[in-house]
Ligand binder design. Structure first.
Ligand SMILES: Nc1nc2c(ncn2[C@@H]2O[C@H](COP(=O)(O)OP(=O)(O)OP(=O)(O)O)[C@@H](O)[C@H]2O)c(=O)[nH]1
Ligand SMILES: [Mg+2]
Length: 310
């Protein structure tokens, strides 16, 4: 594994972009990202794509100081690619916010500034959500809708989480949140990776916000989704529920004081208008308390109430 460049430019946001056979999407994607967040850095994490995505990534990096490449020897799955990318991000002290997204235009780079601004305004994890009001998945057939919604609903019910979109992969992380969830300990790889990271963030008491996104079908190239990935996600949810990787009281908690303050509210959910964010914010008791109850739900006027779900 090697990055083609030295330290990142030291700016605050880093977009981690895993790629496997995304040659057609990569250049337009990187261009669009830098159009929307010109101050950000982009880290392409390529698993030795046979279609030459890695070489194209090197060419892009040689043209622009904001573009970096992490080459990995072979395809190991999305989760491992993110783990490696997150490690590089956390090795750079200047990086405050880490954005993760697909490189197939399902995630719109125009949404990045909103995700980053949610972190700037106090969230610890901002989730681009298809399933809060305002979010959508245009063009999806019934089967795809049911698999995706059903997956989130299953994970939500089994793990007792309040979030609507647990399988989506468009997220912005406060650096400290990623540090707290200890990325080296993540187990899952496919959809399960998205569920596991949100679950771990929840368990360390992170302030988590969902903001609506429109998720479109990939622009070009082939999906890497498979039955095995779905099966892995299902088993992971059960494993996290019945044999969590640490005690029921969670991971070592070192939450920021303002997050702790969010959690200090009553366990009775209430809805409050919060103009400082454009998402649905959840908070809950922290510092090792069981997280079956949730303190309060803050919601901005733009986001509307959470979608009642399937
Ligand atoms: N580095 C790396 N990237 C991967 C791997 N598998 C998938 N990706 C990338 O992860 C992103 C999401 O993969 P997709 O194949 O689009 O999977 P998906 O978005 O869950 O499925 P679709 O909605 O059907 O496209 C894309 O940018 C892929 O190129 C992998 O093993 N290694
Ligand atoms: Mg995709």
């Amino acid at each position: 594994m090697s990055t083609t460049k030295g330290p990142l430019t030291g700016l605050a946001a880093l977009v981690v972009l895993p790629t496997y056979n995304e040659r057609q999407n990569l250049e337009p994607m990187v261009n669009r990202i830098l159009e929307h967040v010109p101050a950000a850095d982009v880290l392409i994490v390529d698993d030795n794509s046979p279609d030459g995505t890695g070489e194209l990534a090197d060419a892009l990096a040689s043209r622009d100081d904001h573009v970096h490449v992490l080459h990995r020897p072979g395809k190991e799955g999305l989760g491992r690619a993110y783990q490696a990318g997150f490690r590089v991000a956390l090795d750079q002290p200047g990086v405050r916010t880490i954005v993760q997204m697909d490189c197939d235009f399902s995630h719109d780079p125009a949404d990045i500034p909103r995700l980053v601004s949610l972190i700037d305004s106090g969230a610890d994890l901002a989730i681009g959500s298809r399933y809060v009001q305002g979010g959508s998945t245009p063009g999806w057939g019934l089967q795809r809708r049911m698999v995706s919604r059903g997956g989130s609903l299953f994970a939500r019910s089994v793990l007792g989480l309040p979030y609507r979109d647990l399988t989506g992969g468009f997220k912005a992380w406060r650096r400290e949140t990623l540090e707290q969830i200890d990325v080296s300990r993540l187990q899952a790889n496919g959809y399960g990776f998205q569920i596991e990271t949100t679950w771990r963030a929840h368990r360390v008491g992170a302030g988590i916000v969902e903001t609506p996104i429109t998720f479109r079908d990939r622009f070009a190239g082939k999906s890497k989704m498979s039955r095995a990935i779905m099966r892995e996600a299902l088993l992971l949810v059960l494993r996290l529920r019945f044999a969590p990787p640490s005690t029921r009281t969670g991971y070592p908690v070192a939450v920021r004081s303002d997050v702790a303050a969010w959690g200090a509210h009553s366990a009775t959910p209430s809805i409050t208008s919060d103009p400082s964010t454009s998402g649905v914010r959840y908070s809950h008791p922290v510092a090792g308390a069981p997280h079956s109850e949730h303190g309060r739900l803050l919601m901005s006027p733009e986001a509307g109430p959470p979608d009642p779900g399937p």
